[in-house]
Each structure stands twice: as structure tokens, then as C-alpha cells.
Design a protein around this ligand. Structure first.
Ligand code: FNR
Length: 340
């Protein structure tokens, strides 16, 4: 079993079945979920020999913020389903690991409370059916110290998940953590008329840089940057939105080529090892985001588990960099990827 599989099994043992299924599952027949992992494995590396790798530095910057490694925490809903301390524990574990948290619009803890215990963080924005609600959330995040917004663009409707058999109960207090006054909950659902114009809207009302998450095509990435985005997150939502969508490792080169350095490119989906982190960087990503592994760490050990998942990924990344002949993140360049 891979270290990731061991961790996932530990989480399965402690979580109620409907919660584990909600976290682990993908949409449709889970084709894209499976493709994400396979696509990273298909990227072969061309290691350099005889380089001084006695010291390896995994640190880098993301939108100008220094992090201990190019591994960030992906936005995910309802952390209190995994652990009573929820996002507070995730924020603590993330900051002690020197990483950066992307806090979901669906946070089950108040934005302001998470901000108090968090290191650097970004806020993931869904444009909701009630735009005044979106505006309120985004402005609260900016006031609380978010350094960027991540607009998720791949969720006009929530993907249907077969493992979700209707038995998952999300406590009202968790759903409403940031929506206390709302009486009509349909207003808090994702809007299905979000367009490139909303990038500028969010930028203006928050004063923050905006990344667009869920981009899988070069032409879309270009349009995002033209519309004012500072970069994109190449992502298929961990295989939870359009099933059959291209794997993130397959889409990454197209997006990197299209942007030609006009924005920072991030990637997520199936990143499970230092190998995968190095592969992503060599294909042109600034950093990766990890999703489910963080939830498994949170479920099994709270803040300490989140820290452990992140530090183990950092250490594994350093080890793989050394064996590949790269002492710094800047040395993880495109020539490390083998093309047949
Ligand atoms: C997510 N993801 C997600 N994305 C987002 O923009 N807003 C959200 O609220 C959520 N919620 C969410 C819940 C759960 C349980 C999962 C597993 C995922 C997607 C997430 O940010 C990311 O794109 C993927 O999880 C990355 O893939 P891996 O690392 O989980 O394979």
C-alpha cells in the first residue's frame, strides 16, 4: 500500500460512512477521479546526475507569499464533518507546516475565527445565487486578511455523486456558519450564470488578486487573465464535477503554454507524493494544492494530522528533488520531464 492508501484507510476507519463517501467520492462513474492519479504516474522524470544536492530548499513564493514548499491546502467544504475543531484545526496544522490554506465558501467555521488562528490564507469564492451574499462574504474575507480570492469556475451546478445516497446530514449550524441571517437557503446555492466578467467584479469589490480555479483549457486560461485574473488553478475539482473531463496533469501543459508566463499557474487533483509535486512543477506549475489527504489527516489526528500530511509531503518533495538533481524549486524545470 502507498503511504496515501494507508492514510485513507485510517480515515475510513474513524469517519462515519456517509462522510467518508462524500469526501472520497467523485462524480459520475468516477472516470476523472481515477484519471487524475494515473496521469501523474504517466509523467516520467529525467533525473540529472552529479549535482550538489547536499542542501535542498523546497521554499517558494505564491502570489508573493513565502511558503515552506510548493504545496498548498485546497478549498474544501465542511471540515467539521471530519473533526470537531474543523477549519480551526486545519488552519493551525497548515500554518505550523509553513503552508497556505485556501478557505472554502462552504467553511463550517466563521471566516473571522479561522483568520485569527491562520497563517497566510486565501478565500475561495463561489458566486452564489444571491450576489449580495457573495459580496458580503468576499468583503468579510478581505477585511479578515485573505491575501487573494480563488473564484471556482467549474461549478454552475454541483456534480452528481453516486456514492452520495442521500444519507449525509450536514448540520444546519455547519452550513450556516457564515450565513446566519439567511432565511431562503436556495439563495446560498452556486449561481449558474457566472462569467469572465465576474473576475473584475470580485477584484474590485475585494481589492484582492483573483485566481480562477477549475480551468482545463489554454483558451479559457487566456480569457481569465485578459479579464483581470492573476492566475489560474488547473483543476477538475478532484473529479467531482464533469466526469470524463481531462486529468489535471494532462491539461496543465496546455494552460502553461497558453499563458506564457502571464499569470501564475497552480494545479490540483490526485497529487499524493513528492514525485507528483516535482512532476507538477516540471510541467510549469508554481505550486500544487492538495485536497483529500488533508481531510484524512484532519479526521485522524486533527491539527497535528494536517501538519503531518503536509510536512511528509514537503520531506518527500525534498527527497525527490535531490534524486532528480534539483537543489531549489527554480531548478525543477521543464527539462526534467521525459517525452518519448
Ligand atoms: C472539494 N473541492 C472544492 N473546491 C472548491 O473550490 N470549493 C469547495 O467548497 C470544494 N469542496 C470540496 C469538498 C470535498 C470533500 C472535496 C474532496 C473537494 C475541490 C478541491 O478544492 C480540489 O480541487 C480537489 O479536492 C483536489 O483534488 P484531490 O487532491 O482531492 O484529489
Amino acid at each position: 500500500m502507498t503511504p496515501y492508501a494507508v492514510l485513507e484507510e485510517r480515515a475510513r476507519a474513524v469517519l462515519p460512512e456517509p462522510v467518508f463517501d462524500y469526501y472520497a467520492g467523485g462524480s459520475g462513474d468516477e472516470e476523472t477521479l481515477a484519471a487524475n492519479a494515473r496521469a501523474w504516474s504517466a509523467v516520467r522524470l529525467r533525473p540529472r546526475v552529479l549535482r550538489d544536492v547536499s542542501r535542498v530548499d523546497t521554499s517558494t513564493t505564491v502570489l508573493g507569499t513565502r511558503v515552506s514548499a510548493p504545496v498548498l491546502v485546497a478549498p474544501m467544504a465542511f471540515h467539521r464533518l471530519a473533526h470537531p475543531s474543523g477549519e480551526l484545526a486545519t488552519a493551525e496544522g497548515t500554518s505550523t507546516a509553513g503552508s497556505l490554506l485556501v478557505l472554502s465558501t462552504r467553511s463550517s467555521t466563521r471566516i473571522e475565527s479561522v483568520a485569527k488562528v491562520s497563517g497566510p490564507w486565501w478565500f475561495q469564492a463561489y458566486v452564489l445565487q444571491d450576489r449580495s451574499l457573495t459580496k458580503d462574504l468576499v468583503q468579510r474575507a478581505a477585511a479578515a486578511g485573505a491575501r487573494a480570492l480563488v473564484l471556482t469556475g467549474d461549478t454552475p451546478y454541483v456534480g452528481r455523486k453516486r456514492r452520495d445516497r442521500g444519507s449525509l446530514a450536514i448540520p444546519d449550524e455547519d452550513f450556516r456558519a457564515n450565513l446566519e441571517r439567511l432565511t431562503d437557503l436556495t439563495l446560498a446555492e452556486q449561481a449558474s450564470n457566472v462569467t469572465f466578467d465576474d473576475i473584475g467584479w470580485l477584484r474590485e469589490l475585494s481589492g484582492l488578486p483573483v485566481l480562477v480555479k477549475g480551468v482545463l483549457r489554454g483558451d479559457d486560461a487566456s480569457r481569465c487573465v485578459q479579464a483581470g485574473a492573476t492566475g489560474v488553478v488547473v483543476s477538475n475539482h478532484g473529479g467531482r464535477q464533469l466526469d470524463g473531463a481531462v486529468a489535471s496533469a494532462e491539461a496543465l501543459p496546455e494552460v502553461v503554454n497558453a499563458l506564457e508566463g502571464r499569470g501564475e499557474v497552480f494545479v490540483d487533483g490526485g497529487v499524493r507524493s513528492g514525485r507528483d509535486v516535482v512532476r507538477a512543477l516540471a510541467l510549469g506549475a508554481r505550486a500544487v494544492l492538495v485536497g483529500r489527504p488533508v481531510l484524512w489527516g484532519l479526521a485522524t489526528e486533527g491539527a497535528a494530522g494536517v501538519r503531518r500530511v503536509l510536512t511528509e509531503l514537503q520531506e518527500d518533495t525534498a527527497h525527490v528533488m535531490a534524486l532528480a538533481g534539483a537543489a531549489t524549486v527554480a531548478e525543477v524545470s521543464a527539462d526534467l520531464v521525459w517525452t518519448p
